[in-house]
Design a protein around this ligand. Sequence first.
Ligand code: ZN
Length: 350
Amino acid sequence: MKNFYNHLHAQHQGKVEMFRGALVPCFEVPARADHVLAELQRRQLGAVLEPQTFDEAALTAIHSPRYLKFLATAWDQWVALDAANADKDILPSVWPTRTFRTDIEPDNFAAKVGLYSYDAGTPFTSGTWVAARAGAHCALSAAQAVLAGDRAAFALSRPPGHHAGADFFGGYCFLNNAALAAQHLLDQGKGAGVKKVAVLDVDYHHGNGTQAIFYDRPDVFFASIHGDPRTEYPFYLGHADETGTGAGLGANLNLPLPRGTDYATWSQALETALAGIAKFGADALVVSLGMDTFEGDPISGFKLTTQDYLRLGERLARAGLPTVFVFEGGYAVDAVGVNAVNVLQGFTSP
Ligand SMILES: [Zn+2]
């Protein structure tokens, strides 16, 4: 399996996030990706490659030009306000909720940040854009490898992506790497017979960004197994009655589960998700590989064990689809490498 590693990921390193009423050190830290890389190399699970670069069109296939322009210029705007800002991260603090307008981009920088975000847990730093763009290129490179005939490829990158929408960041995510990979498979995969793609999101948190991007699309099936949004982040999306809209009706499958769910129950939801994907007739699969379903995760509530991830990988392999793995969440930093690579190992050598 080819692994595309974002060698610029550590340029995104937030200082603090708002969590349960306090500013706390960020959970989403560079060491997460470092541990996965070290474990990949220790087990020699395929080549670790640098991504290709892709032009703007690969990003605008998913994200709005207005949003991309904001991401590319946000840090310079922030420091231009006050040189002392260079020592602080940008943290959103105001948002246009119901009844406000979002069609007019405000001149005020704080208001602009709020327009393009939805929480105060996602700091934007001096290196965020560079890191996120290189991460998107990892996901696109992994999709490209699969189109070229590889059975599977892994995008090892941070910041993660599945909470990012077409024009907003949040949940530690800025560019939706899984959505970019899925779109690339469709746009470039016609010659390889790729007409329909499924995204399976196994992160603890609902992939609200990915769902929103594809919600009205008949060519991308989105399935997500996650903590019940009534109690778990991102709270406002991810319920079982969200099944798609318009031409996309029936191409969205949410499987929310209560806190405390273990693999015996979780894997039943996995069977439901894979049955939905098979019925849809996907030609390729993108897996949003979040490892925060782990029993030791500090901000999540499922009870999957390190051994369960081998079984998850084996089961995904039996789905028999060309597969792009995209690294998402997982905050038990010391365990995230072994757990993520267990999925890949289970997939490649059951
Ligand atoms: Zn997560």
